[in-house]
Design a protein around this ligand. Structure first.
Ligand SMILES: NC(=O)c1ccc[n+]([C@@H]2O[C@H](COP(=O)([O-])OP(=O)(O)OC[C@H]3O[C@@H](n4cnc5c(N)ncnc54)[C@H](OP(=O)(O)O)[C@@H]3O)[C@@H](O)[C@H]2O)c1
Length: 278
């Protein structure tokens, strides 16, 4: 599996698995667990979840998927911003760990910016890190101005990643946020890399490139998000047949011509645009 490098030199998988909309109905639970397990077998050992997803239901699905193989997995969860106070983070983290059936998270993210002072949130993350309850912490949906604010705080430079909306139709971060992260030796984590399975996957450019690689448009979107070596990408599927498809996308090397074709149809903005968010 391709890897990206964190600020301390640790290498983690570049291709992982999302879990949004998992754990919502009991009828789908066994399939969702099987999908995540099959993904782990194929090297997609980074799993992204959140306390918010299905009100904790997604974390419970992940718990069953990683049971007996916790150490193989790089486990990511998120605290909701309303819980990102000193006391709130400790409580949310403990509840996530309980639902996940583990004693530590590999990465804990602030889901999006909220009303609690960032300094308080960072200090709370650092206490969890010092206690060994989390290995790394980071943020999500932070635009470049907030990243600069964060980096200036005590221990703010320990932020491991920013999880952001990023795919060929959402290229705003390329203008300033991606260069900022690269300069700060920080990988980004691309969410919704398949454009949520919607319009993006009907792109004629992706279809044409997919035909040349004997691949699918979804695979080309995943390969595109992995192209710079500084991006972790977390497509979500709950469809068993799509697990090998998505995992194999890590082996597709897009050519300069492929990238130019995507550039022509899905150009990045030429000026600053606000970071998109779902
Ligand atoms: N931090 C945040 O604010 C935030 C926001 C959104 C998402 N996320 C994280 O990022 C993960 C991924 O984003 P996402 O779930 O929004 O969207 P996504 O991964 O871009 O797309 C998921 C959709 O695409 C379909 N799909 C999966 N593989 C496919 C393939 N090979 N070909 C065609 N369709 C395919 C899935 O359907 P099936 O499931 O039916 O296969 C699902 O409907 C989430 O699950 C979550 O963990 C974070």
């Amino acid at each position: 599996m391709k890897t990206v490098t964190l600020h301390d030199g640790r290498k983690i998988p570049a291709l992982g698995q999302g879990t949004w909309q998992m754990g919502e109905t009991a009828a789908k639970a066994e399939t969702e667990i099987a999908v995540l397990r099959a993904g782990i077998e194929r090297g997609m050992t980074l799993i992204d979840t959140a306390e918010m997803y299905a009100g904790g239901g997604a974390e419970r699905i992940v718990a069953r998927a990683i049971e007996g193989q916790r150490e193989r997995v790089f486990l990511v969860s998120k605290v909701s911003p309303q819980n990102a106070s000193a006391a709130g983070i400790a409580k949310s983290c403990a509840a996530s760990l309980k639902r996940l059936g583990t004693d530590h998270l590999d990465l804990y993210l602030l889901h999006w910016p909220g009303r609690h002072p960032l300094e308080e949130t960072v200090a709370a993350f650092e206490r969890l890190r010092a206690a060994g309850t989390i290995r790394y912490w980071g943020v999500s949906n932070f635009d470049v101005d907030l990243m600069a604010e964060l980096a200036a705080l005590p221990q703010g430079a320990r932020c491991a990643t920013d999880q952001i909306l990023y795919h060929p139709d959402e290229r705003g971060p390329e203008f300033d946020l991606l260069p900022w992260c690269r300069n700060h030796k920080m990988p980004i984590m691309a969410y919704s890399p398949l454009g949520q399975g919607g319009r993006l996957l009907r792109s004629p450019a992706l279809a044409a490139i997919a035909r040349r690689h004997r691949a699918t448009p979804g695979q080309i979107a995943i390969a595109w998000s992995l192209r710079d070596g500084n991006t972790i990408t977390i497509p979500k599927t709950a469809t068993p047949e799509r697990v090998p498809e998505n995992a194999d996308a890590a082996n597709i090397a897009l050519t300069p011509d492929d990238l130019a074709e995507i550039e022509a149809t899905h150009p990045p903005p030429r000026r600053k645009t606000r970071l998109g968010m779902l």
